[in-house]
Write a protein that binds this ligand. Structure first.
Ligand code: EPU
Length: 338
């Protein structure tokens, strides 16, 4: 385990923000993690892994631990299902592709989501009608306080829309080291609830899709709307889609009858933040190197040299505009590191 100093984090966060880590340790196994947490004086720590869901707005004074623990292991299987454990540092999309190559179903709708496996449970990653929780069995996490490993089952994780225990009561207390998933080997649960997937498969006249067909459809939809972080820095959806109650929804639709929405329960409606932001005129706009993506207004982008503070300023400007025009407050989905 090597302690490095004054390391640029540009290549460690998908926004491509050039902030510095005063101290930086690459963690390759559980022992490294234990050792780092037991360093003299127990320095304050900052965890980074795929770096795909954070906006760093300043240099990091805390000890940065870069979680790069690799490995995929099959735990159990029968004719129908397989349970496998992936270590936290496995790239999420590479894991999805690996499962598809082996013919396993369950993760196909979650193709091409940036980030690593260990961070997937934190915000219960989701796309195209499927969330991590649908194939999640458990995860193991190291308790920062005493370096013991605790296992969390699905219930313990309290998954919600882009939400979990690790974003609430468990925040700052655990480091996820592995995730266990259960996938199908046959009778796959194909989810085509998103119109866009059906349309994409229709183009290729596929009517009985395999998980790989779904994955390919998701990959082409995502590529058409979402920028590739390797080419244009971004963190996926910057904001969560706001959820409003019936009374607010009634006023909202009266004023904006064309607005898209999803009913999530008898008294709750989700409004696409991308639509709200586009209506405020931000889609494709650029303020220096901080911008709003031209194909998806929910995504903020770094055109090159934007600082985290500049992107944050743009986000605040967007929040205010949406509030002034629609009386709806949108909240960042991305972790803002201040
Ligand atoms: N829309 C606009 N303008 C825009 C963007 C969207 O009018 O600039 C409208 C679309 O026309 C559509 C609606 O908003 O009617 C929803 O758009 P889309 O289907 O692209 O999905 P989203 O709600 O914007 C969510 C997730 C994405 C996920 C997609 C597909 C959140 C915050 N985002 O986006 O997740 O890929 O659904 O399931 O829930 C991510 O979390 O990083 C992410 C990309």
């Amino acid at each position: 385990m090597k302690i490095q100093q004054n390391i640029s984090l540009k290549d460690y966060n998908t926004f491509g923000i050039d902030a510095k880590a005063r101290f930086f340790i690459e963690i390759n196994n559980i022992n490294d993690l234990k050792e780092a947490l037991q360093l003299d004086g127990h320095p304050e720590i900052f965890i980074i892994s795929g770096g795909s869901n954070m906006l760093i707005t300043k240099d990091i004074e805390a000890l940065v631990l870069y979680i790069n623990i690799k490995g995929i292991e099959v735990l159990t299987q029968d004719d129908d299902t397989i349970t496998l454990k992936a270590m936290a540092g496995e790239n999420w999309h590479q894991l999805v592709l690996w499962t598809l190559q082996k013919g396993y179903g369950g993760l196909e709708n979650l193709s091409l989501i940036p980030g690593n496996t260990g961070t997937a449970p934190i915000q219960n990653i989701g796309a195209y009608g499927v969330e991590l929780k649908d194939s999640f069995v458990s995860c193991e996490a190291m308790k920062i306080e005493n370096q013991t490993i605790k296992s969390f089952n699905k219930e313990d994780c309290k998954f919600g829309y882009r939400d979990s225990y690790f974003k609430n009561e468990g925040k700052g207390r655990y480091i996820i080291v592995s995730v266990t998933l259960q996938l199908t080997k046959r009778n796959h649960k194909i989810n085509m609830s998103y119109g866009a997937i059906e349309a994409e498969l229709g183009k290729k006249t596929i009517d009985r899709p395999t998980p790989t067909n779904i994955s390919n459809a998701v990959i082409s939809i995502r590529k058409s709307k979402l920028p590739d972080p390797a080419k244009l820095g971004n963190s996926g959806s910057f904001f969560k889609n706001p959820v409003i109650n019936q009374a607010k929804f009634d006023t909202f639709t009266k004023d904006h009858p064309d607005a898209p929405y999803y009913k999530v329960s008898s008294n709750a409606y989700k409004i696409p933040a991308g639509w709200l932001i586009e209506q405020c005129g931000f889609k494709g706009k650029r303020f220096g190197d901080a911008g709003v993506h031209k194909h998806q207004a929910l995504v903020l982008v770094n055109h090159g040299k934007a600082t985290g503070a500049e992107i944050l300023k743009l986000a605040q400007r967007i929040i205010e505009s949406v509030r002034d025009k629609f009386f709806i407050t949108i909240h960042p989905e991305v972790n803002i590191i201040k």
